[in-house]
Design a binder for this molecule. Structure first.
Ligand code: PHE
Length: 442
């Protein structure tokens, strides 16, 4: 690993044994798809922003943040899985690529520039490889707060919030909201909030986000009709539902799901901001809500984009199909190129063979994590790998050694790969598994 990394020409970070960010990820940082003119991620962002006219938009916040910003400030416990090097890209022990836009919550509340704000940004997570997961994606975070101090003597906070609720446009969709706003064990109120205050803030949150979903799905069904398709259910109105959720930084918390193509689809997470965050941010008298959503997921259903890798394509056959000036139209796939799968089987290192053997990293010499296989595949194949899946697992009855078999699908979205090319990719993938993970090929 290099001793230091430079990001965006002048930001230099010292690396240490926590560094696990490959150069392929670092070099994608400047892409900023959410700011690229006429890119579907940018258009989706603008569509949502247009539903929050008085909110301040932050769209250029820098992706390298501290562990404090990404986790500590939000109340993530010390042993939370999200903090592990298998899930998060570190530059050093104290510095990560943000895993979510919530990393900027505390700072944005502290700046206290506007009651409502939106943050759109690239976020980074080590994860599986398939058509809906990519190690870089884009989120939008939103928040609205009310200040107890700025109310006049005759108005209570809940009255002020309900007055704002009345200003949100009405809709006629079918909303299912079966659980109570809060629940003493499953989804508790915070001690410093009254049930009536939370009821009002939750109503504002839910109405605001229902309005967003209506705007998105109306645009999606107009696109479907324009493409000559019958929308999934022409006579039925859009159905959404609120379900209880958990996040370390909100309570109570909820998720919004939308009934889409015969299934409930999770579109966003949200809740009442923990008062601790406000206090630490120097605005103890503000309270309110926050939400976070994934822009790729929404763009994929808005445009019927079948594979998340397409967002990274610079091919005109992809990019020319989107325009912020025209109504949203379905993406028309250019011909689908053939796929080719190959398997690799290997024995995992056992503790005894690792003792004197290769040490992949100082922190966890024998641990095997699937995300490491995924990352090697990305590193070797870039966007030519469509998905990587565990297809077989076997434990030797005598030695107790474990063997895994992964199936890799190779496909370019832009051309047909030659046999030679896939063979070479696969061979390099196999060699890197040995070199970086110390496995033994079968
Ligand atoms: N940051 C959360 C995520 O990435 C989403 C979220 C944002 C939830 C704000 C609640 C409030 O899953």
């Amino acid at each position: 690993t290099p001793k230091e990394v430079t990001i965006e020409k002048d930001k230099v970070y010292k690396t240490d044994e926590w560094m696990n960010t490959p150069s392929t990820i670092l070099s994608a940082i400047p892409r900023r798809l959410h700011l690229q003119q006429d890119h579907p991620i940018a258009i989706t962002r603008q569509l949502i922003e247009s539903r929050f006219p008085n909110y301040k938009c932050h769209n250029t916040l820098f992706p390298v943040v501290t562990v404090e910003q990404n986790f500590d400030s939000l109340g993530f416990p010390a042993d939370h899985i999200g903090r592990s090097r298998t899930d998060t890209y570190y530059l050093n022990k104290d510095t990560v690529l943000r895993t979510h836009t919530s990393a900027h919550q505390a700072d944005t509340f502290r700046a206290n520039e506007s009651a409502g704000y939106l943050i759109s940004a690239d976020v980074y997570r080590r994860d599986a490889i398939d058509r809906s997961h990519y190690p870089i994606f884009h989120q939008m975070e939103g928040a609205m707060t009310w200040d107890r101090d700025s109310l006049d003597a005759s108005t209570s906070l809940k009255q002020a919030v309900w007055a704002d609720v009345a200003k949100i446009p009405a809709h006629s969709i079918d909303v299912e909201d079966a659980s109570p706003t809060s629940h003493p064990e499953r989804n508790p109120l915070q001690e410093c909030h009254s049930a009536e205050e939370v009821e009002a803030i939750a109503a504002h949150l839910k109405r605001s986000l229902e309005d967003v979903v209506v705007a998105i799905f109306n645009a999606a069904s107009r696109a479907a009709v324009a493409a000559g398709e019958t929308p999934a259910s022409p006579d039925e109105p859009l159905k959404v539902r609120w379900v209880e959720a958990y996040f370390p930084f909100t309570s109570p918390s909820w998720e919004l799901e939308v009934f889409w193509q015969d299934d409930w689809l999770e579109v966003l997470g949200c809740g009442i901001v923990k008062q601790d965050i406000m206090s630490h941010a120097g605005v103890p008298n503000r309270l309110g809500w926050a939400f976070g959503l994934g822009l790729e997921r929404i763009a994929m259903l808005l445009y019927s984009i079948p594979d998340i890798r397409l967002f990274w394509s610079t091919d005109a056959r992809f990019l020319s199909q989107f325009s912020s000036a025209a109504p949203i139209r379905r993406f028309v796939p250019f011909s689908k190129y053939p796929t080719c799968f190959k398997d690799v089987s290997f024995w995992l290192r056992s503790s005894s063979s690792a003792a004197g053997g290769l040490s992949r990293n100082a922190l966890s010499p024998v641990d095997f994590h699937e995300n490491d296989v995924m990352e090697i595949a990305r590193d070797v194949c870039g966007d030519l790998v469509e998905d990587v899946r565990l297809v077989d697992e076997f434990v030797h009855p005598k030695t107790g050694r474990k063997s895994l078999c992964y199936r890799t699908n190779y496909r370019s979205l832009e051309r047909t790969l030659t046999n030679d090319e896939t063979n070479q990719l696969h061979e390099r993938f196999r060699q890197q598994l040995v070199e970086k993970l110390g496995v033994e090929l079968r």
